[in-house]
Structures are given as C-alpha cells and as structure tokens.
Design a protein around this ligand. Structure first.
Ligand code: PLP
Length: 406
C-alpha cells in the first residue's frame, strides 16, 4: 500500500484544478496585460481567480489579493514591503517557531541592523501573549506571526494577537500558508493587515501563492518592473497556476468545514493508535489547538530520519520536523523552542493528512509502526549500553537524508 501522509509539505493537484489550468497552456496563452482580446480575456479569468482566492480567505475586496510565486515570496514581500514603507522604524516582532521563510529573513534583517524580538513558546507550543504585549514599542515596524505551525500544527490565537497589534497601531502580517483551506477564517473581519498563502498546500500547483494586503495599508512592492497586480508585484502572471489556485480555493472553501471534521477524526485515531502501539512515544503540541490534519509524534531515543527511511520502505511517506543534510541532522528549531527534552528531540515524525487519506491507511501505518520503532529502539538501546558503533546497514538507516519539507 502507498500512503501519502506528507500533506503539509505539499498536496496532490486536484483533477478539476489540472483540467481548469490546461486551456491556459494550449489555447488561452495570451498575455493578460495585452490590449487585444486574446490577452484581455485572460485578464478576466485572472480576475475570477482573484475573487475565488479572496472568498477562501474572506477578504472584503478581491483587489486586496496579490498573486505571488509561492508562500516564501509572500512572506518576503510582506515583511520587506512593510519595512520599506516605514523606514523610520527598525524593530520587528516574530516568534521562534516560524517557517524558514520568515525566520531566515528576520535573521538576515537582524544582521542588517534591525532589532528582532523572538517570542518564546511554552512546552505545548503556545505563545505568551503578555510577552507579545511587552515587546510592542514605538519603534516596532511590523509583527509577523504564523497562524498554524507547519511542524506541529499548533494554531496561534491570531484574533487576540491582532487585537493587541491593532490597539498599538502596529501592522500585523500573518503567515497562513498552513491554515488556508484547513481551518475556516475571514481575514476581512479580523485585525490582520497582511496575510500570506500558498496554493500547493491546498491542492493547487506548486509555484503560485497570494499575499493579502488590506486596503489602505501603505506597502512597497518587492518586485519592481511592470505594472502587473496594480503595481504591487511586477512580472508577467503565472496564468495557468493562478487559474488553478482559484479553482482549488473555490473547492477548498466549499469543503473546509466537512474536511476539518473528518480529518480531525482520522488524525485523532492515528494518534491514539500509535501512542498505544508504540512504547516511548509522545505527541508534540498535544495540549494546544492544532490543525485537524497534523500529528507530530516523537519516539524516544530514535532519529526521525531513520523512522522515515523504514516507513518509506513500507510505502509510507511522512516527514521529520527538521531540515537535514546527508549524514547530519539538526534538531527542529520548533521542538527546541518548545523545550522538548533531548531524548525526544531527534525522534520526531510528522504525519500530515488530506481528504484523500482513509481509515485503512491509518490502520496500515499503525500496523507497520510498532516493528519499525522496536527495531530502531533495539539498536538505540544497544548503542547506549555499550557505546559501540552500529552495524553498517543500520548506520545507513540512521543517517537518512530525508528532511522536513513545508
Ligand atoms: N510558511 C509556512 C508556514 C510553510 O509551511 C511554508 C511551506 O511549507 C511556507 C511558508 C513557504 O511556502 P512555499 O513552499 O510556497 O514557498
């Protein structure tokens, strides 16, 4: 059986989405900026897609949606665009558990002279809102906080965060890449100024995203050149992918409540089964509100990469919580920030489900998991007891090259 439980990394493109895209490669290949009908008719289709994406995120006006090339671009455009528009302010507030698209950029900006406040999380992955309140100053240009964590699925209380930033008149950017299509929300009714989403997390193709910028927010474009996207993002549009993202947004909006309920059941079942069948296992972020589809589970003394390699041999695709390169792995910055103890830190595995997964797949994973864990725990115990090097074949498994993606 092949089981794809890595939907926070990326999702399958829906057949309806692929079908909607195809004519924009083969027939309607005009440039939407052209004056002639061949181009302007494409422009009308982009406007439809913009309205579909605006509906998914609950934007008051489709004009607030700017198409981008991915979530990373949306995050960069939001943060850089806001800083450039407020050159007198040199302080950014973010969290220690952001995706590298925000984390890496803020580290870079720190080197360039910005002051960054890195908010902590507790052992459930939750933020301390008093710490956020205390961090907001006259000099704060922007607060950038993710809605849902890609590794643990932990959801932050964006409404309360937004109430605090709004009270101080500080713009709030929300990385909603993992939230869009998984939990229902209406950005227009929340105190959010900018919001990033990415198509490939909700069954649109990779390489297309959107940035919401609330009407009235002063924002400097990140890509400068042509007049596309009302001068807010230059570059000829990725038309077919934008059309696909619109279609995927329309479908996600229609299903989000239903999917969220069924995925919660499926995830909870997987969680209960694995905790029962695998000794020395624990769920990271279990006590916090979480995305319906995400389970981050640690196996004590193991390396997540080894588990992934053995799961892969059984046709099961999952992910760890950390990016790693061949032969060396860094523990996840998210789990570290949560204070996960050292003996559980390396052994994290993320299962992220979609509506295409079934109870039979959950049962299959649960069938395979105990023997994988037992096998690796046996080697791990041996290594800890006599501190001897492991057999060559197991070293290969232990030094897996699978990294967390997404
Ligand atoms: N932000 C979060 C929370 C993510 O999970 C991801 C991707 O996994 C990104 C940003 C980056 O999105 P993209 O892969 O579209 O660049």
């Amino acid at each position: 059986m092949d089981v794809y439980f890595d939907n926070n990394a990326t999702t399958k493109v829906l057949p309806e989405v692929a079908a909607a895209m195809l004519p924009f490669y083969t027939e309607h290949y005009g440039n939407p900026s052209s004056i002639h009908r061949f181009g302007s008719s494409v422009g009308e289709k982009i406007a439809e897609a913009r309205a579909q994406v605006a509906a998914l995120i609950g934007a008051a006006d489709p004009v607030e949606v700017i198409f981008t090339s991915c979530g990373t671009e949306g995050d960069n455009a939001a943060i850089r665009g806001m800083l450039e528009a407020r050159p007198d302010k040199r302080h950014i507030v973010t969290t220690k558990v952001e995706h590298p698209a925000v984390l890496g950029l803020c580290q870079h900006l720190e080197k360039k002279g910005y002051r960054v406040t890195w908010l902590n999380v507790d052992d459930n992955g939750a933020l301390d809102l008093d710490e956020l309140r205390a961090a907001l100053t006259e000099d704060t240009a922007l607060v950038s906080i993710m809605w849902a964590n890609n590794e643990t699925g932990v959801i932050f209380p964006i409404d309360q965060i937004g109430a605090m930033t709004r009270a101080k008149g500080i713009p709030l950017h929300v990385d909603a890449v993992q939230a869009a299509g998984k939990i229902p929300f209406k950005v227009g009714e929340l105190p959010i100024d900018l919001l990033t989403i990415s198509g490939h997390k909700f069954h649109a193709p990779k390489g297309v995203g959107a940035l919401y910028v609330r009407r009235g927010i002063t924002f400097s474009p990140f890509l400068i050149g042509g007049h596309q996207e009302k001068n807010r993002r230059a570059g000829t549009e990725n038309v077919a992918s934008i059309i696909g993202m619109g279609k995927a947004a329309e479908i996600a909006l229609g299903r989000v409540a239903e999917d969220s309920a069924s995925l919660t059941k499926l995830r909870d079942r997987l969680q209960a089964l694995l905790l029962e069948s695998c000794p020395d296992s624990r769920v990271n972020g279990a006590q916090a509100p979480r995305l319906p589809n995400t389970l981050n589970i640690s196996f004590r003394f193991l390396e997540g990469e080894s588990v992934l390699v053995l799961l892969d041999q059984q046709g099961i695709c999952a992910s760890t919580g950390s990016a790693c390169t061949a032969g060396s792995s860094e523990p996840s910055h998210v789990l570290r920030a949560m204070g996960v103890p050292a003996d559980w830190l390396q052994g994290a595995v993320r299962f992220s489900l979609s509506r295409f997964n079934s109870a039979a797949e959950v049962n299959y994973v649960n069938e395979k998991m105990p023997s994988i864990v037992q096998r690796l725990q046996g080697f791990s115990a041996l290594g800890r007891l006599d501190n001897q090097p492991q057999p060559q074949s197991e070293q290969g498994v232990r030094a897996g090259t699978f990294g967390a993606r997404g």
